[in-house]
Design a protein around this ligand. Structure first.
Ligand SMILES: NC(=O)C1=CN([C@@H]2O[C@H](COP(=O)(O)OP(=O)(O)OC[C@H]3O[C@@H](n4cnc5c(N)ncnc54)[C@H](OP(=O)(O)O)[C@@H]3O)[C@@H](O)[C@H]2O)C=CC1
Ligand SMILES: O=C([O-])CC(=O)C(=O)O
Length: 489
């Protein structure tokens, strides 16, 4: 398959020949084009042509073949990974192949592309199978190794074809390959590769999540980086983590900076470049609020990455909910500050017990001062801030609840999602000046049973609106997604 001879003349002549070949295939068709036509068009001798290519087909394939040669070589000495091959293809894409794919009919090159693709896919699969075997994750399970390698090779080829068909210059080939590979169900787990997690938001919840991931305390997970919305946000969070004595990430630095300690990890700051975060991760975890989740979530799942939302309130808008559930990426929801959602979802399961759950309500009682909202008139804000006894601040449906208290009533949407009663869940928010903890009382009933959960949570030190356990629910969710094992479903 190798088309490039050793001791060859400068690469520019090779590209000139390949370009001349592409032009001629377009003008007069692949079949009608002879090597002599190509050499005359390029002004290069026939013998020079054969220094580079073993025939006219190689002018289409040479760039991809070089990548495959390099991958096979590196793989044999234990240096290569699928990520590395994607990055190499992204840095030096096979342009004449892209041209042939995009103009297959006009060039009459369909048969060559079909046969050539099959050969390269098989070759790549063989190298990937060797790699998987050497990694030892599957013991001597040849069926698992061959199947996974074949799927990965097919994904790479599908990505090249999709990239070329959509317009090679308009988007990156490496991103297309990463997306294609991520679409293989279970591939990451089967390959025993770590789950790469990007985190959006570095507040009370996000910084705890970042601290744990950066310190490598969740098995099978690596922190790909953090999405921020303003300069200095990550550095502030890291300083806070360090001050709180949360060891591990305390010595980390933003964006490959010098770090605060020897060997401290550098955390990538993606800034607001969500596309970069998506390309570099398998799972994007939102800890940034409903507004951020509404925007980021649909982008992440549409790109074939999985999205883990703590701001479940994003689902209150019907079209956002539909976009989040559309896939191909999966949507994960944090149980957050409440529990019993698994039981309620089972009781309400469509096709299960008829009328399983027909009524559901939640009453949340929070520290009054934490419930002041930017939209409140000065008088109302003062009433909440200066309250001397508990009072009902809000009563209504879930949509209204998260519109008015976006950082405080995600739990209501979690209840609505679990029971499917989006239009019917009743929500009450109590502002209590004496509440040191947050209490949620959930009541639900129907043919499946009658349920009442009362949950009283310590609040997060950095944000009295959020319960401290929420960050732990996110960390548990990430750990379970990386290595599902013994969890309640
Ligand atoms: N499901 C549940 O039970 C619960 C869900 N939640 C949800 O979790 C969210 C986070 O909670 P918490 O950590 O306590 O809130 P914080 O206010 O402490 O932190 C929010 C963080 O997100 C950042 N942020 C906001 N928008 C963006 C964006 N577009 N891109 C990147 N970063 C952004 C903020 O940056 P900046 O510093 O600039 O403000 C801040 O760092 C809440 O808003 C709520 O929606 C909370 C509690 C319970
Ligand atoms: O943390 C909590 O107790 C609940 C909360 O803020 C939310 O649901 O948004």
């Amino acid at each position: 398959m190798r088309s490039v001879a050793r001791g060859r003349p400068p690469a520019s002549s090779r590209e000139t020949l390949a370009d001349a070949a592409s032009e001629l295939f377009l003008e007069q068709g692949y079949e009608a084009t002879a090597v002599t036509d190509i050499t005359s068009r390029a002004g290069v001798s026939r013998s020079s042509f054969f220094n580079y290519f073993d025939g006219k087909a190689a002018t289409i394939w040479y760039a991809l073949d070089e990548h495959l040669d390099d991958f096979a070589h590196r793989s044999a000495v234990g240096e290569a990974s699928l990520e590395a091959v994607a990055a190499a293809l992204g840095a030096a894409p096979p342009h004449t192949l892209a041209l042939a794919i995009a103009n297959a009919e006009a060039m009459g090159v369909g048969a060559e592309l079909g046969a050539g693709r099959a050969l390269r896919q098989a070759r790549l699969a063989a190298v990937l199978a060797d790699q998987l075997g050497a990694r030892g994750a599957h013991g001597d399970d040849a069926l698992a190794i061959e199947t996974l390698a074949a799927a990965q090779a097919a994904a790479v080829c599908a990505a090249i074809w999709s990239w070329a068909t959509r317009g090679a210059g308009t988007h990156r080939l490496d991103a297309e390959i990463q997306r294609a590979v991520s679409l293989i169900p279970g591939a990451r787990r089967a390959a025993a590769a770590p789950l790469r997690v990007a985190v959006i938001g570095t507040g009370a919840i996000g910084s705890r999540v970042v601290a744990e991931l950066a310190a490598g305390r969740i098995a099978g997970v690596t922190l790909a980086g953090v999405v921020t919305r303003r300069e200095g946000q990550l550095a502030e969070a890291l300083a806070q983590i360090a001050a709180s004595g949360d060891a591990g990430a305390g010595g980390a630095s933003a964006d490959g900076g010098s770090g605060c300690g020897a060997g401290a990890p550098a955390i990538t700051d993606f800034g607001d470049d969500l596309a970069r975060a998506v390309a570099a991760s398998d799972l994007v975890v939102e800890c940034a609020g409903i507004a951020a989740a509404r925007v980021a979530g649909p982008v992440v799942v549409a790109a074939g990455r999985d999205f883990f939302a703590v701001s479940v309130g994003a689902l209150a808008e019907t079209d956002v909910r539909a976009a989040l559930l559309r896939g191909p990426g999966a949507l994960l929801l944090a149980s957050g500050a409440i529990g019993g959602l698994d039981l309620l979802a089972s009781a309400a399961r469509a096709g299960g017990i008829p009328g399983g759950i027909t009524r559901a309500s939640i009453t949340s009682t929070k520290q009054a001062g934490a419930l002041v909202q930017p939209w409140m008139q000065a008088g109302e804000a003062a009433r909440v801030r200066r309250a001397t006894e508990a009072f009902t601040l809000f009563e209504g449906g879930v949509e209204e609840a998260v519109a008015q208290f976006p950082g405080s009533l995600n739990v209501a949407c979690a209840l609505a999602q679990a029971t499917g009663l989006w239009g019917d869940v009743r929500v009450r928010l109590v502002a209590d000046p004496a509440a040191e903890r947050t209490t949620h009382v959930i009541e639900a009933d129907g043919a499946a049973g009658r349920y009442r959960f009362e949950l009283t949570n310590a609040v997060a030190e950095a944000n009295p609106t959020s319960s401290a356990v929420v960050a732990e629910s996110v960390l548990r969710g990430i750990a379970e997604w990386a290595r599902p094992s013994g969890s309640f479903r």
